[in-house]
Design a protein around this ligand. Structure first.
Ligand SMILES: [Zn+2]
Length: 97
């Protein structure tokens, strides 16, 4: 898929571009959540396992199975996507899917 690159957030969930650790949740669909780095505004599509795919006693952040860069030029309406910031692994699970 030209124009998309797989990216690596590492265990701490830091921005691959600027090492920032705060992200704004954006559109989501299926198992994927779009996020925007609050520091450099790079955007990524992050796909995580579902809770039901984890061991029953696992309470940590849902593991990232795939992440890719997405364009940063579309508008994320503040009405739909408030300018709140979370650490990637601490987003409320409603946003993690
Ligand atoms: Zn960044």
């Amino acid at each position: 898929m030209s124009g998309f690159n797989d990216v690596e957030f590492g265990d701490e969930g830091r921005c691959p571009d600027c090492s920032g650790d705060l992200f704004r949740p954006g559109p989501r669909g299926g198992l994927a959540q779009n996020v925007e780095c609050t520091a450099c505004k790079s955007r990524f599509n992050v796909t995580r396992l579902e809770r039901r795919h984890c061991k029953p006693d696992y309470t940590g952040p849902l593991p990232i199975v795939w992440a890719q860069r997405i364009p940063s030029d579309s508008e994320w309406s503040e009405a739909m996507y408030p300018k709140v910031a979370y650490k990637l692994n601490e987003m409320p699970e409603v946003w993690q899917w």
